[in-house]
Ligand binder design. Structure first.
Ligand code: B3K
Ligand code: ZN
Length: 868
C-alpha cells in the first residue's frame, strides 16, 4: 500500500467550517470527458477562512470565487483546499470526469448505455469538489446536457423546470429540487428507456406523477414495481401519517449497481433485480423482494431524506428505522408470522455471525476506515431490531407519538441516534437511559433462563441471566435493557395469567440486570414457558427445554412465531446431538415422536401453507456454524443432509399427498398462492430425495408455468444431485442465456452445487456468455453463492476454495472494491476453523494485504481479520 488508510472516529465529530445553501450544477455528458460545472453559494460558519472540499479521481479545470479566477488553493490527494476566502461567496468549480472508465460504480458512471450516479456514502466527491458530508444541506439545480438521440431522457432530483435543444444534436433539461439535501442524495440519469407511468393522489389530494424507467423491451416487467410503489405511498399515509412531498417520483432500473437500490430525492435508482418481474422471469421471492425494496426506498423519503444523518456513524438512524418500516409494510400486506420468521432467520444466521467476526461493531459504529463497509446486517437488520424493541416497549401508540415528535423536532435537518432516543423518551415519558446501550455495545447477548416451580407456594420462578461475550472491537460488556416477552401455559394449553406481587403484569418483562428473578404467583401447575416471544430482543436464548415441552409449544403456543420457534429449538437439539454423533462416526438419528410432531404440522389444515413451509425448513449450514466456536464444516453438512433424508423417508406419504393437493391450475401472485407454492416446493425438495424423485422433479420442471416452480425444480435437482440436473440446467440456459438477470438464478445454483467438482464447474461457468465479473449481480450470484452458500467446497481442506476467492478478490480490488469487500466476508472468519484451514485462509489474506494498490475497503477488513 502506498499510504496506510486512516480511520475516522465517531467521537471526533466537528461541525463543518462552512455550509453551502445552494448549488447549481451543469453536466455536459460525454463517455470519457464529462464536464461538471458547480456553482455553490458558500457561507463561513466558524472562524476559519479556509475550506477543504472533498474530491477524488477528478481533473480540476478551473476555480473562481465571485466570478474571479481564484489562485489561493491547493489540490491534495483527496481534497481541494481553498484559502483567503470571503465570509460569503459564490464558488465556481469546473471538473472533468471519465464515467466510462468508472468500474467502481460510485459517482457518475455508465451502466449499459445509460449514465447514472451512486453518491451514498461518499460518491459525490467523484463528481465535483464539495463538502461531501451529510450535515451540509443545499438546494440543488441541475442542468443535464447530452446527445438527444442516444439519451432522450435526462433526469435529476426534483421538478423539471426547463429544457431546450442545442446544435450538434444535443439537448438539455434543467431540474430543481426545492428540498435542501446532502450530496449523497443527488442523482442524475441519462439514457433511453421505456417508461411506465401512473398517477397517485395523496390523501390531501395532491397529484403525483409516478414514472418507472426500464431498459427498452422490459415494460412488461415493470407493473409489479408500480403496484408496490403505490402500496407503499398509501401505507405510509395510513400507518405513519406521512405523505409524499414532490410532484413527481421516478424510479430507474439499471443493470450495473453495487447494492439493491438508492433513495435519491425524487429519483430512486434501482438495481434492475429489484424492479423487473413477470411470472416467467421472477420467483415469488423476487416479487416479495421488489415490494420490500420499493417500500424501503420510498419510506426513506421521510426517514433518511426529510430527516437525514448528521454523520455516517449515525447511519442506523435512517437504515434501522427504514428497515423496520419496510418490515412492517411487508407484514401488514402479507403474513406477519412468515415475515417475522424470515427476518429472525437473518439475525440468527448472518447477523449473529457478523457479531462474532472480526468486523463486529455496534449499530452505531465508533471507528470507520471505509464507510461503504458499514452498510451491514448489524446497522440495518440489528438496527431494525433495536427500533422494534422501542415498539415493543412503548406500544404502537407510544411509538407513533415518538415518531411524530422526532419529525417535529428534526424535519429538514441532519440528526443523530441520540435525537431519536430523546424524541421517544420525551414523547412517552419512558426512561430509556439503559436502552441507549444498544447503540454503543456490539456483539450478541445471551439470555440464560432457568425455572423453578413450587407447588406448595403455587409460585413459578424464572431466573434470567444476561451476558455478552467480548468481541474483537470491544472487550468490556454491560447489562442491556432487554424487553423479554413471555407466556406461561398450563398442560391443556390454556394461558396462565402473569401475576407478580398480587398484580397482573405485562407479558414483556424488563430485563435490566445481569441476573434477575421473576416470581409469578397463583400458578396452580408447573407451566411450560414460551420465552422470547416474537424474538422480542436480538439475543441468544438458552433454556433447557425437554423435547416434550417443545412439541407441546409447537402445538399449543398461541402465536405462530412461538410455534415455529419451538420447532426450530427442537431441530437445533437434534442437529447438535447428531453433529456429535457424526463426529464420532455414528449415523444421524431423529426420534420418531419428533418426526411425528413435524408430521402434525405438515397435516394441519388450519395453518397457512407458507407457515408450514417455514416449520419444515431446516436452518442453513451458516446458521448452524454460528452455534460453534470451532466449526466442523463436513459434520454439519452431513448432519443436515441426514436429517433431511430422515424427514423425506419418514414423511414421504404425507409430503406426497400435500404436494399433489397444492397444485394450482391458475398462476397468480397473491399471498395465498405464494404460500401454497412455497409449501409445495418444500415438499418437492424432500421428495427429490426418495425413490421416484428424479421423475417427479423433471415433471415439475417441464410443467411449470412460472419461474418459482422452475427454480424449485432446478434447486431440488441440484441439492439432491439428481440425474436430470444437467438436462434441466441446459434447458434453462438455452432459454435465458441472453438475459443476465434471469441467468443469475442459474448462476446461483451453479455456485451452490454440492457435486465434488463444484469449483471446477464454477470456474467453467465464469466463461458462460452471460457471465461478467464487471457486473455485480453476476459476480454475487456465482462467486458469492460459492463462497457463502457452498461451505463444503469453499472450505475444502486443500485450500482450493480459498485460493479461488483470493484470485477473484485481487481482480475486483482494482475494478470494484465495494463488491470485493462484500465478497470477502466468509474469508474473514478464519478463527472459527481448524488450524490447517486457518493457515490457508490466513495465507490468502496476507497475499491481499501485500498488494500495493489494496483498496481501503479491503484493507480495513483484511487488517481486522489478520488481527483475529
Ligand atoms: N441507502 C442505500 C445504500 C447505500 C449504500 C452505499 N454503499 C440503500 C438503502 O439502504 O436504501
Ligand atoms: Zn436504506
Amino acid at each position: 500500500m502506498s499510504q496506510t488508510p486512516q480511520a475516522k472516529y465517531r467521537e471526533d465529530y466537528t461541525p463543518p467550517s462552512h455550509t453551502i445553501t445552494d448549488i447549481d450544477l451543469t453536466f455536459d455528458l460525454y463517455d470519457n470527458n464529462t464536464l461538471v460545472t458547480a456553482v455553490s453559494q458558500v457561507k463561513q460558519l466558524g472562524e476559519s477562512n479556509v475550506v477543504e472540499l472533498d474530491g477524488e479521481a477528478l481533473k480540476l479545470r478551473s476555480v473562481s470565487v465571485n466570478g474571479e479566477a481564484w489562485s489561493a488553493y491547493e489540490v491534495k490527494e483527496a481534497s481541494l483546499v481553498l484559502s483567503q476566502l470571503p465570509t460569503e461567496f459564490e464558488l465556481t468549480i469546473v471538473t472533468e470526469i471519465d464515467p466510462e472508465a468508472n468500474t467502481a460504480l460510485e459517482g457518475l458512471y455508465k451502466s449499459g448505455g445509460a449514465f447514472c450516479t451512486q453518491c451514498e456514502a461518499e460518491g459525490f466527491r467523484r463528481i465535483t469538489y464539495y463538502l461531501d458530508r451529510p450535515d451540509v444541506l443545499a438546494r440543488y439545480t441541475t442542468k443535464v446536457i447530452a446527445d438527444k438521440a442516444t439519451y432522450p431522457y435526462l433526469l435529476s432530483n426534483g421538478n423539471r423546470v426547463a429544457q431546450g435543444e442545442l446544435k450538434g444534436g444535443r439537448h438539455w433539461v434543467q431540474w430543481q429540487d426545492p428540498h435542501p439535501k446532502p450530496a449523497y442524495l443527488f442523482a442524475l440519469v441519462a439514457g433511453d428507456f421505456d417508461v411506465l407511468r401512473d398517477i397517485y393522489t395523496t390523501k390531501s389530494g395532491r397529484k403525483v406523477d409516478l414514472e418507472i424507467f426500464v431498459d427498452k423491451g422490459n415494460l412488461d416487467r415493470a407493473p409489479h414495481a408500480m403496484t408496490s410503489l403505490i402500496n407503499s405511498m398509501k401505507w405510509d399515509e395510513e400507518r405513519f401519517d406521512l405523505e409524499y412531498d414532490l410532484d413527481i417520483y421516478m424510479i430507474v432500473a439499471v443493470d450495473f449497481f453495487n447494492m439493491g437500490a438508492m433513495e435519491n430525492k425524487g429519483l430512486n435508482i434501482f438495481n434492475s433485480k429489484f424492479v423487473l418481474a413477470n411470472s416467467q422471469t421472477a420467483t415469488d421471492s423476487d416479487y416479495l423482494g421488489i415490494e420490500a425494496v420499493i417500500g424501503h426506498e420510498y419510506f426513506h423519503n421521510w426517514t433518511g431524506n426529510r430527516v437525514t444523518c448528521r454523520d455516517w456513524f449515525q447511519l442506523s438512524l435512517k437504515e434501522g428505522l427504514t428497515v423496520f418500516r419496510d418490515q412492517e409494510f411487508s407484514s401488514d400486506l402479507g403474513s406477519r408470522a412468515v415475515n417475522r420468521i424470515q427476518n429472525v432467520r437473518v439475525i440468527r444466521g448472518p447477523q449473529f455471525a457478523e457479531d462474532a467476526s472480526p468486523m463486529s461493531h455496534p449499530i452505531r459504529p465508533d471507528k470507520v476506515i471505509e464507510m461503504n463497509n458499514f452498510y451491514t446486517l448489524t446497522v440495518y437488520e440489528k438496527g431494525s431490531e433495536v427500533i422494534r424493541m422501542y415498539h415493543t416497549l412503548l406500544g404502537e401508540e407510544g411509538f407513533q407519538k415518538g415518531m411524530k415528535l422526532y419529525f417535529e423536532r428534526h424535519d429538514g435537518t441532519a440528526a443523530t441516534c441520540e435525537d431519536f432516543v430523546s424524541a421517544m423518551e420525551d414523547a412517552t415519558g419512558v426512561d430509556l437511559t439503559q436502552f441507549r446501550l444498544w447503540y454503543s455495545q456490539s456483539g450478541t447477548p445471551t439470555v440464560r433462563v432457568s425455572s423453578q416451580y413450587d407447588a406448595g407456594a403455587q409460585t413459578y420462578v424464572l431466573t434470567v441471566e444476561q451476558f455478552t461475550e467480548p468481541t474483537q472491537d470491544q472487550a468490556e460488556k454491560h447489562a442491556l435493557h432487554i424487553p423479554f416477552d413471555i407466556e406461561l401455559y398450563a398442560a391443556g394449553g390454556s394461558v396462565i395469567p402473569l401475576i407478580v406481587e398480587g398484580k397482573s403484569v405485562s407479558n414483556v418483562l424488563d430485563v435490566k440486570a445481569e441476573k434477575q428473578t421473576f416470581v409469578f404467583e397463583n400458578v396452580s401447575e408447573c407451566p411450560v414457558p414460551s420465552l422470547l416471544r416474537e424474538f422480542s430482543a436480538p439475543v441468544k436464548l438458552e433454556y433447557n427445554y425437554s423435547d416434550e415441552e417443545l412439541m407441546f409449544l409447537m402445538t399449543y403456543a398461541r402465536n405462530e412465531f412461538a410455534r415455529w420457534d419451538a420447532s426450530q429449538m427442537l431441530l437445533a437439539k437434534y442437529i447438535r446431538a447428531n453433529v456429535q454423533r457424526v463426529q464420532q462416526g455414528g449415523d444421524v438419528e431423529v426420534a420418531a415422536e419428533v418426526v411425528d410432531a413435524f408430521r402434525g404440522v405438515l397435516l394441519s389444515a388450519d395453518l397457512e401453507p407458507a407457515f408450514i413451509a417455514e416449520v419444515l425448513s431446516l436452518p442453513q449450514h451458516n446458521e448452524v456454524s454460528g452455534w460453534y466456536k470451532l466449526v466442523d464444516v463436513d459434520a454439519i453438512a452431513k448432519t443436515l443432509e441426514g436429517m433431511r433424508a430422515i424427514f423425506a423417508d419418514q414423511l414421504q406419504e404425507e409430503l406426497s399427498a400435500v404436494y399433489h393437493s397444492l397444485k394450482q391450475a391458475q398462476y397468480s401472485i397473491d399471498h395465498a398462492a405464494i404460500g401454497k407454492r412455497a409449501l409445495r416446493n418444500i415438499c418437492l425438495g424432500y421428495l427429490a430425495r426418495i425413490a421416484g424423485g428424479n421423475e417427479l422433479v423433471e415433471k415439475h420442471y417441464y410443467q411449470a408455468n412460472n419461474m418459482t416452480d422452475t427454480i424449485a425444480a432446478m434447486s431440488a435437482a441440484n441439492n439432491a444431485q439428481l440425474p436430470c440436473r444437467e438436462a434441466l440446467m441446459q434447458d434453462y440456459s438455452d432459454k435465458w442465456k441472453h438475459d443476465g438477470l434471469v441467468m443469475d438464478k442459474w448462476f446461483m445454483i451453479q455456485g451452490c452445487n454440492p457435486a465434488a467438482n463444484a469449483l471446477e464447474v464454477v470456474k467453467q461457468t465464469m466463461q458462460h456468455e452471460a457471465f461478467s465479473l464487471k457486473n455485480p449481480n453476476r459476480t454475487r450470484s456465482l462467486v458469492g453463492s460459492f463462497l457463502n452458500l457452498n461451505p463444503v467446497h469453499f472450505h475444502d481442506k486443500s485450500g482450493s476454495g480459498y485460493r479461488f476467492a483470493g484470485e477473484i478478490l485481487r481482480e475486483l480490488n482494482s475494478t470494484n472494491p465495494q463488491v470485493a469487500s462484500r465478497l470477502i466476508d466468509p474469508l474473514l472468519k478464519l478463527a472459527k476453523y481448524d488450524d490447517e484451514r486457518k493457515a490457508l485462509m490466513r495465507a490468502e489474506l496476507e497475499s491481499l494485504k501485500a498488494m500495493d494498490n489494496l483498496a481501503k475497503d479491503l484493507f480495513e477488513k483484511v487488517s481486522k481479520a489478520l488481527e483475529s
